[in-house]
Design a binder for this molecule. Structure first.
Ligand code: DLL
Length: 433
């Protein structure tokens, strides 16, 4: 079901006009009310009247994470503090405090964006959402909460953790939609298996997972263990939280709520805008935000955009599942490696689970050394004829040939790598540079 066909299935020409009007209003407001943006535009000798078409957006300055640090906490506020109704914050992976301050209208738009997201997964007012994203400063819990309310669904505000209770609630209340990080979904599934609960027999039939990188293999595993459809959802605190983009039942890219969040892809090195289909850094301009609007915010997330017609009827642009981040790229002895490339390789090797930890150190010779801890799966582990040494060398050989780096693989028993109730940590970079 499309939650808001008027906007989600809008004629693309009409949508572009709407985006332009919204962009123009935003630029005028920022120039008038936010000294930070007025200064940036003055430096570029740019006035709001210079924005005459949507394409002129590329004349506008970027906003980067450091700008958020420098203006912390209220420097980017575009309205009186009295109009702010809620504040969220994320320390992010890089430790830069990221503040999102919402007016009442911002909260309404958040609810609408998340209602579209849940509806994208097939959710309706008849669903019961078991929401295990963390409640609090993190945007995941409360974002889903507002979305479920706007959709008219029943919401169980579990927050993350206390897995035994999650299982108890799931069974007792007949939850139909599960919302949490994909790694936590797998963790719950492991606990269920241990407790002898067959998740496939429960009413749960769809899940909205995001907030961290995951793969097609993790999707398959979640779908199979729960007997559900698993959908990828994307967002970030700076822009609104979850609700920026979501998969529909076609599972072919994430529809961006582009009447609210205008996306661009740029070359992270030159800042040049790239055409659809080309991979680069995702940039967003918040077209309707009142509290802390951002112009051309560089997300550091890497993806590409595509606009082919989607079978669901939505006409919004789609972004591919993320490839990684410009800042989680590891440089190992000069070779660029993304953690999810390692994950993709592990997926194809039978006997392993998608639970791994990459530990990078600098050895006595000052060269980078990588240890990859990989969990063998239960089936392989219980097999009496298992050949652990064979599996280990196989992983090392494939990694060497595909990524051109030497990795020391350490196989570990099932369930030894620390599980996370929120975002999981895949890399431990212990290099002191
Ligand atoms: O993680 C918002 C969110 C909550 C999204 C719940 C989805 C579900 P932050 O804590 O600010 O906000 O982290 C944002 O997380 O820039 C991405 O790098 C990463 N991320 C978010 N969703 C996905 C996803 C929330 N589906 C940062 N796949 C983003 C991969 C994701 N990475």
């Amino acid at each position: 079901m499309i939650f808001n066909p008027e906007y989600e299935a809008m004629n693309e020409e009409v949508r572009r006009s709407l985006q332009f009007v919204r962009l123009k209003n935003l630029v005028e407001k920022l120039y008038a009310d936010v000294p930070f943006y007025r200064k940036k535009m003055d430096e570029l000798e740019l006035k709001p009247r210079d924005i005459r078409s949507l394409g002129d957006i590329s004349k506008l300055p970027f906003t980067i994470k450091d700008d958020l640090r420098e203006t912390y906490p209220y420097g980017l506020l575009a309205c009186p503090l009295a109009e702010i109704e809620e504040i969220h914050m994320s320390s992010g992976t890089t430790g830069v405090p990221v503040v999102d301050a919402y007016t009442r209208k911002d909260i309404e738009i958040w609810g609408e964006s998340m209602a579209r997201t849940l509806a994208g997964a097939g959710g309706t007012r008849n669903d019961t959402v078991q929401n295990c994203y963390g409640y609090g400063l993190f945007t995941g819990g409360i974002g889903v909460h507002y979305g479920a309310k706007t959709l008219g669904a029943n919401i169980i505000p579990m927050s993350s953790g206390n897995t035994q209770r999650q299982l108890m609630v799931m069974q007792a209340f007949g939850s139909t939609i599960l919302t949490c990080t994909p790694s936590y979904a797998l963790f719950i599934a492991e606990e269920a298996a241990e407790a002898g609960i067959d998740l496939r027999k429960l009413p749960l039939n769809k899940g909205c997972f995001g907030a961290e990188p995951w793969s097609e293999n993790m999707r398959r595993e979640i779908e199979q263990r729960y007997g559900m459809n698993a959908y990828d959802i994307y967002g970030l605190t700076e822009i609104i939280g979850p609700g920026v983009a979501f998969e529909c039942e076609a599972k072919d890219g994430l529809h961006i709520n582009e009447d609210f969040f205008y996306p661009e892809i740029i070359d992270p090195l030159t800042g040049r805008t790239l055409p659809d289909g080309e991979k680069g850094e995702l940039v967003f301009t918040t077209l309707t935000k009142e509290g802390t609007p951002l112009l051309r915010y560089r997300t550091r997330d890497i993806t590409f955009l595509h606009r082919e017609r989607c079978s669901c009827g939505r006409t919004t642009v789609r972004m591919n599942r993320l490839f990684g981040r410009t800042d989680d790229m590891l440089i190992i002895r000069g070779v660029n490696v993304f953690p999810n490339q390692i994950e993709q390789i592990l997926i194809e090797i039978e006997g392993t689970d998608p639970h791994y930890l990459i530990i990078v150190t600098r050895g006595p010779t000052h060269l980078d050394e990588v240890e990859l801890q990989v969990e063998v799966n239960q089936a392989f582990f219980s097999d009496e004829t298992k050949n652990l040494e064979g599996l280990r060398t196989k992983i090392e050989t494939v990694l060497k040939s595909k990524l051109m780096i030497s990795v020391k693989v350490k196989l570990v028993e099932p369930k030894t790598i620390e599980r996370s109730m929120g975002k999981s940590k895949r890399v431990l970079d212990m290099r002191e540079i």
